[in-house]
Design a protein around this ligand. Structure first.
Ligand SMILES: [Zn+2]
Ligand SMILES: [Zn+2]
Length: 418
């Protein structure tokens, strides 16, 4: 093996290795997310990484940027068009319909953590293989659940030590009230046509709501002049949104109503929300979601409403504090063949009892091993010499304080686990 990998074997543009030095943050984020989700009654669901391309065309929406520009689509040996999932919700909805999960008595609350794929232009903080933690709730019409998932998201972020967040909320209406808003929006967009980018000019006719997703300055300032959807909500959508906001107040969650928050997907109805961090760029949310009350029906399933959010793990990890819970492991020092055997037995004993433990396989001088323990940042060292083996008592050293005591293995375990 040469130190440098040949160019053609290096990693693919837009992908990254998550190295051991940083992986603790990922593990902490994933473990904390699972724990919090399960406290709120969510169960994990795992679906395949690739699906039929039509699933995303239909589920994500043919006019969305994801479907138009960003899908990782390929043809398999049988000539089928397949796509690496660019988002999670269509897969979950497909799975529920296909497995008829809606016929079961349990709550339809699901979570998922895993990779997604978008053929986006790779740039800072954006990858072609990225990771999300998602939650989805089905069959709950009440705005109580909208507020509860925002509250759950906030709890999760605070458990991970993430501060300086802002919560943005909006309602994008429903099939009843959106068409009249669309009309008004189209008119407004037409009068601003010359101020919009080429992409957005095309959106005027296909889906004017998407203009709000454009990140270009000229389009953002034009969009600021557009009518606000919150002024066009039907009574049902308005009541839902008002109640949602009241419940956020009940949970003492600070939020801002952001009428331009339409999210980049076609399927949202009523509530949408995003959590942004001042540590990220203003346009990059840590998590975002909303309600999609018509999706299940559109997939040929029953008329069951849904709501959920997706959290970007790369972004989450980038705003997590760097302070790591201290590593606590034992380094066993041995001298000679017999001592090594005892050391191996002791290592097994401590590992079986939940203490992380390492030792060298190569013979080294005592002094060398002690300095290794120090360099590796071990919390304790345990010396197993001939005298110690006879007495079945070993020298346990607290590497931080330098304090050393003679203990049996049971006593050592007690000290290290208390
Ligand atoms: Zn409505
Ligand atoms: Zn634009």
């Amino acid at each position: 093996m040469t130190a440098r990998s040949p160019k053609d074997l290096s990693s693919i543009k837009g992908t990254q290795d998550i190295l051991p030095k940083i992986v603790w943050k990922w593990q902490k984020a994933e473990e904390t997310a699972k724990k919090i989700f399960e406290l709120y009654g969510y169960k994990e669901i795992r679906t395949p990484v690739f699906e039929a391309t039509e699933l995303f065309e239909k589920g994500t929406g043919e006019t969305s940027d994801i479907v138009i520009k960003e899908m990782y689509t390929f043809t398999d040996k049988a000539g089928r068009s397949l796509t690496l999932r660019p988002e999670y919700t269509p897969s979950v909805v497909r799975s529920i319909v296909e497995n008829r999960l809606y016929l079961r008595p349990e709550l339809m609350r699901y979570y998922f953590i895993g990779p997604m794929f978008r053929y986006d232009k790779p740039q800072k903080g954006r990858y072609r293989q990225f990771h999300q933690a998602d939650i989805e709730v089905f069959g709950e019409k009440d705005p109580e659940v909208d507020a509860e998932i925002v509250e759950m998201a906030r709890t999760l972020l605070s458990k991970l030590g993430i501060q300086d967040i802002d919560i943005l909320v909006n309602s994008v209406g429903c099939q009843k009230c959106r068409p009249s808003y669309h009309k008004k929006l189209k008119q407004a967009a037409k009068t601003h046509r010359e101020h919009l980018c080429e992409d957005c000019q095309r959106k005027i006719n296909t889906n004017p709501l998407r203009i709000f997703d454009c990140k270009k300055d000229e389009c953002r300032s034009a969009a600021a002049e557009f009518p606000k959807i919150t002024e066009f909500l039907c009574p049902e959508c308005k009541n839902h949104f008002d109640r949602f906001c009241e419940l956020l107040d009940f949970y003492r969650i600070p939020y801002q109503v952001e009428p331009k928050l339409v999210r980049g997907l076609d399927y949202y109805t009523k509530t949408t929300f995003e959590v942004i961090s001042s540590k990220l760029g203003a346009q990059d949310a840590i998590l975002g979601g909303g309600r999609y009350d018509d999706m299940m029906k559109d997939f040929g399933g029953p008329d069951i409403c849904g709501i959920g959010f997706a959290m970007g793990m790369e972004r989450l990890v980038s705003v997590m504090p760097d302070k790591k819970d201290s590593e606590k492991f034992l380094y066993i020092v041995h001298m000679g063949e017999k001592s090594k055997k005892v050391a191996l037995e002791l290592a097994k004993y401590f590992r079986d009892n939940g203490v992380e433990c390492v030792l060298e396989y190569k013979e080294r001088k005592l002094r060398k091993q002690m300095s290794r323990a120090d360099k590796l940042n071990a919390a304790w060292s345990l010396v197993v010499g001939e005298e110690e083996i006879k007495k079945k008592k070993y020298q346990l050293k607290d590497m931080k304080t330098g304090n050393q005591i003679e203990v049996t293995k049971q006593e050592a375990l007690k000290r290290m686990t208390s």
